[in-house]
Write a new protein. Structure first.
Ligand SMILES: NC(=O)c1ccc[n+]([C@@H]2O[C@H](COP(=O)([O-])OP(=O)(O)OC[C@H]3O[C@@H](n4cnc5c(N)ncnc54)[C@H](O)[C@@H]3O)[C@@H](O)[C@H]2O)c1
Length: 355
């Protein structure tokens, strides 16, 4: 492996690359963007000018053949994640894949198989794990809170989110020539909302409180808005409930409360593009005191990229890794199945329980 910084190529110059990955690279001392690829030549040229990147590609395989590129960020629509990641790994590149890892859990298992064959690193773009408030809360729960017995999770997307984002982001550069999946994933709105927003919720729940063994869920639908509610059964015996609403006629809201035997945490997660750290209040039963950290380096997208560089170069475990990406998709499938059947859905653990 070449020395610092990690030489990166980005596949896809759409919204998430322009709003998150390119600004993250520009802030990073651990990563150098050496190549950009998008099928839309006019778009890749515009984004390359902003990112100050000399080498552009319209052909993904040509970028994969570029020996200077160590790792690829896959920032393409969901149905392309697994096939594009597999091609990258077979070409000897590590991958940071946008969330959700795949469209289905069985597709994610295919990716895990290719990862095993190639030995490449895979990290999934559930970047909230790299928000300093979340990191602090996770460590507190592990070290101080004891056995988790109650979890509450609320994630409400707002009908005002586009306006909120517009107030803080540069205008999106667009092209008529972008590549889209044959079947528009956004056409099936209920499924799309559950997966694209719900993946953050279920990944955060697992990150904070551990493996979920069963789910029972219901949904209400009104005027193009959905609200999923459900009961979570955790491997260590705890119980939790969640609400996922897309969208609410109200502010952005993402909140987690986790109660352990010896302590508890309350977390408020802001809209990601505001780049504020989550407010994590942690109560320690032993000292009978609250702790609330302030994390200065609060751009979760930048932190996830720096962490990914350390995964590749210092051999750290990816977070979330491919298994976490699989498990998140599996939980979303279970929610969907429970809504349809009205049944409690037990989660099959093909690799045993996560540690
Ligand atoms: N982590 C987050 O907070 C977050 C936020 C938004 C979107 N996302 C995820 O990011 C992903 C991308 O979303 P987006 O809104 O940026 O998509 P987008 O459609 O705006 O951009 C995707 C780009 O990829 C290009 N592309 C696709 N396949 C290609 C190929 N084979 N070769 C060359 N170019 C190709 C397209 O031309 C397009 O420009 C999605 O999976 C989405 O879920 C994550």
């Amino acid at each position: 492996m070449a020395g610092l910084p990690l030489k990166l190529g980005i596949l896809g110059c759409g919204a998430i690359s322009q709003f998150a990955h390119v600004p993250a690279v520009l802030r990073s001392k651990r990563v150098e963007l050496v190549a950009l690829c998008d099928a839309a030549e006019d778009l890749v040229d515009q984004v390359a000018a902003v990112a100050n990147v000399k080498k552009t590609y319209t052909d993904y395989d040509a970028m994969l053949a570029d020996a200077r590129v160590d790792a690829i960020v896959i920032a393409a629509p969901d149905p392309f994640h697994v096939p594009l990641a597999n091609r990258a790994m077979r070409a000897g590149k590590h991958v940071l894949v946008e969330k959700p890892l795949g469209e289905t859990s069985s597709q994610c298992l295919e990716l895990i198989e290719v990862q095993k064959q190639t030995g490449m690193k895979v990290q999934v773009g559930s970047m909230k794990r790299h928000d300093p408030g979340m990191v602090f809360a996770k460590r507190f729960l592990k070290e101080k809170a004891g056995l988790v017995f109650s979890v509450g999770a609320v994630y409400r997307d707002s009908i005002f989110r586009a306006d909120m984002q517009e107030s803080t982001l540069d205008p999106l550069r667009v092209s008529e020539r972008i590549v889209k999946p044959q079947n528009d994933p956004k056409a099936e709105r209920e499924h799309y909302n559950l997966f694209t927003q719900g993946v953050h919720l279920v990944d955060n729940v697992r990150y904070l409180a551990g493996e979920v063994l069963a789910i029972t869920a219901q949904v209400s639908h009104h005027n193009g808005n959905w609200s999923w509610h459900g009961l979570l059964e955790f491997a260590e015996g705890g119980r939790g409930h969640f609400e996922l609403t897309c969208k609410s006629c109200g502010d952005w809201c993402e909140r987690y409360e986790v109660l352990g035997d010896n302590g508890s945490v309350q977390i408020e997660v802001p809209l990601p593009f505001y780049h504020r750290p989550s407010v994590a209040r942690c109560y320690d039963g032993q000292t009978q005191q609250w702790t609330q950290p302030l994390g200065g380096r609060s751009n979760a997208y930048a932190n996830q990229l720096d962490y990914f560089a350390a995964v590749v170069q210092d051999d750290l475990p990816a977070s979330p890794d491919a298994y976490d990406g699989f498990a998140a998709v599996q939980l979303l499938e279970a929610i969907e199945q429970s809504v349809i059947t009205g049944q409690r859905i037990a989660i099959n653990q093909p690799f045993g329980e996560a540690t």
